[in-house]
Design a protein around this ligand. Structure first.
Ligand code: NAD
Length: 258
């Protein structure tokens, strides 16, 4: 238990189930005293989040439906938060999606529709979310997005999602520039591979995990709690001078040249 996020109002977008990175972040934030709200996609997900909250004894958490492909749902999310929270200190964007058939084979075969979908849900959504959240953000506020090494380097089968992550990481820098003058920061966490619902869509994901574990300088996989702790740092006042950064939480895997 710590008080790093005491009196902070935080929206977490992207909890789907107990394996979600967003859920690991939520648990860390809850222990740090944050007042939380979640967005969810679909009623089934809402039920699953309610179950998780009950297990974790998380009370008074606001649940808001939000499909990020719909501007009106994003706008409604922040209107609801304005009514309930008045101001917002942080937003965690832990959302990505691509068609399964785009996450195998060669990138050269990416369809126009598959490309647009991955970009819209996984990269543009951060821009739209930031735009609607901005009027509510308190000075010292912070946005955090989740990315992966496949946005910087070629990772087999990651294909269209790698290009979406490159756009997301670049958006983090442009948004950090725009919002910086209002003392609002925008950063990303580049997490090592973790077995989640989204990751299951990537062909041979288990091989990726195995290779990561073998080659990683620390000789192990990362734990989602480690991502949660870095998100805690980025949403707390401890990181008040960190803006436009992508922090790798990957046991040092990204430094390798072999
Ligand atoms: P996850 O499946 O638990 O989370 C993905 C979330 O995106 C889900 O909650 C889903 O409902 C949401 N989503 C998809 N389409 C949406 C839409 N149209 N509107 C609103 N929400 C939508 O998987 P995860 O691995 O926890 O993914 C979270 C983030 O972490 C993603 O950005 C992912 O790319 C990133 N990431 C994952 C890994 C990994 O190995 N799992 C590594 C690095 C980064």
């Amino acid at each position: 238990m710590n008080t790093l996020l005491k009196n902070k109002n935080i929206l977490i977008m992207g909890v789907a189930n107990k394996w979600s990175i967003a859920w690991a972040i939520a648990k860390v934030f809850h222990k740090a005293g944050a007042k939380l709200a979640f967005t969810y996609l679909g009623e089934k997900t809402k039920k699953s989040i309610e179950k998780l909250m009950a297990q974790e004894k998380m009370e008074n958490v606001l649940l808001i439906p939000c499909d990020v492909t719909k501007d009106e749902e994003i706008e409604n999310t922040f209107n609801t938060l304005k009514d309930e929270f008045k101001t917002l200190d942080s937003v965690v964007h832990s959302i990505a999606h691509a068609k399964k058939e785009e996450l195998e084979g060669e990138y050269v075969d990416t369809s126009r529709e598959g490309y647009m979908m991955a970009q819209e849900i996984s990269a543009y959504s951060l821009v739209a979310v930031t735009k609607y959240a901005k009027p509510l953000m308190a000075p010292g506020g912070s946005f955090v997005a989740l990315t992966y090494l496949g946005g910087e380097r070629v990772v087999k089968n990651y294909n269209v999602m790698g290009v979406a992550k490159a756009a997301l990481e670049s958006s983090v820098k442009y948004l950090a520039h725009d919002l910086g003058k209002e003392n609002i920061r925008v950063n990303a966490i580049s997490a090592g591979p973790i077995k989640t619902l989204a990751a299951k869509g990537i062909r041979n994901f288990n091989n990726m995990l195995k290779a990561f574990e073998e080659k990683s300088p620390m000789g192990r996989l990362i734990d989602t709690e480690e991502v949660g702790n870095t998100a805690l740092f980025l949403c707390s006042d401890l990181s008040s001078g960190v803006n436009g950064e992508t922090i790798h939480v990957d046991c040092g895997y990204h430094i390798l040249g072999y």
